[in-house]
Design a protein around this ligand. Sequence first.
Ligand SMILES: [Zn+2]
Length: 73
Amino acid sequence: MSVCPNCGSEHTRRGGMRVWGVYLVILALGVPAVVVFHLHAGIVAAIMVVAVVLANLLLAQRVCLDCGHQWKI
Ligand SMILES: [Zn+2]
C-alpha cells in the first residue's frame, strides 16, 4: 500500500492528470478511427486497451484522495 508523501494518508489510488490526459488522447484518436475511417472496431479497441495499459506503466502516478497530491511511483 502506497502512502502519500505530502500528508501521510493511505487513501491513495492510481491516476493523476497526465494519465487522464493520455486517456482522452487515446479516445480522441480511437473514436474517429472507427467512425470516420471505418477501421475494425475490435482492432481499434484492442489497440486502445494496449495504449491505456502502456500509459499506466509509463506514467505510473498515484493521487492522494485526502489532499489531492500527485506523485510518480
Ligand atoms: Zn495526501
